[in-house]
Design a protein around this ligand. Structure first.
Ligand SMILES: Cc1cc2nc3c(=O)[nH]c(=O)nc-3n(C[C@H](O)[C@H](O)[C@H](O)COP(=O)(O)O)c2cc1C
Length: 161
C-alpha cells in the first residue's frame, strides 16, 4: 500500500479523536476532523433525541469545509463514535459527499459498551467501490492497551508503520 494516509474523524466528546491521534502517531498520516455546521446539543438527552431522528430519517447534516484533499490519499482511516449502533451522521454525510471509489478505507470507532454495532456494514453500503477493511473498535478512550491494539490492527491490515 502507498504511504499516503489520511485519518478523518468525527468526535463529540474526544474519545474517537484520541484514537485518531494514536493512529496518526503510528502511521505519520494526516489528521483531519469533521465538524457539523451546526454543533450538536451539549445535553445528552437532547443530543440522543436529535441523533435518533437524524439516523431514522437518513439525514446528512451540513458540514464545515475540511482542509484535506481526499484525492491525495490511497489509505483513509475513518473514525466515528457508535451512535445508536451506527456511525455519527456527520461521518455518513462526509462519506456520502465524497468520491472514495478505489480507496482503502480502515474504519475505527469508540463506543460505550455496545461494540461497533453495524458501523462497518453501513460504511460498506455508502462506500460501494472502496475496499473497506475490518473495523477497529474500542470502548471509551481505549484504555492502556490502545497503542498495542492499534499496532496489531494496522499490521493485520498490511499497514507498515
Ligand atoms: C447520542 C449517542 C448515542 C450513543 N449510542 C451508543 C450505542 O448505541 N452503543 C454504544 O456502545 N455507545 C453509544 N454511545 C456512546 C458513545 O459511542 C461513546 O461514548 C463514544 O466513545 C463517544 O465518542 P466521542 O467521545 O468521540 O464522541 C452513544 C453516545 C451518544 C452521545
Amino acid at each position: 500500500m502507498s504511504n499516503k494516509m489520511l485519518i478523518i474523524c468525527y468526535s463529540q466528546s474526544g474519545n474517537t479523536h484520541r484514537v485518531a491521534v494514536e493512529i496518526q502517531r503510528q502511521t505519520q498520516g494526516e489528521l483531519c476532523q469533521i465538524y457539523p455546521w451546526q454543533p450538536y446539543p451539549m445535553t445528552y438527552w437532547k443530543l440522543l433525541s436529535q441523533v435518533k431522528k437524524e439516523i431514522y430519517d437518513g439525514y446528512c447534516p451540513r458540514l464545515l469545509p475540511v482542509s484535506c484533499n481526499l484525492q491525495d490519499y490511497d489509505v483513509i482511516f475513518v473514525g466515528t463514535p457508535n451512535w445508536c449502533g451506527t456511525m455519527a451522521p456527520p461521518v455518513a454525510a462526509f462519506l456520502s459527499q465524497n468520491q472514495l471509489s478505489g480507496k482503502n478505507i480502515l474504519p475505527f470507532c469508540t463506543h460505550g459498551g455496545g461494540g461497533s454495532g453495524h458501523i462497518e456494514e453501513d460504511i460498506r453500503k455508502i462506500c460501494g467501490d472502496a475496499k473497506v477493511c475490518r473495523i477497529f473498535s474500542t470502548i471509551g478512550k481505549g484504555g492502556v492497551h490502545l497503542t498495542q491494539d492499534i499496532g496489531e490492527w494496522l499490521r493485520d491490515n498490511g499497514i507498515n508503520c
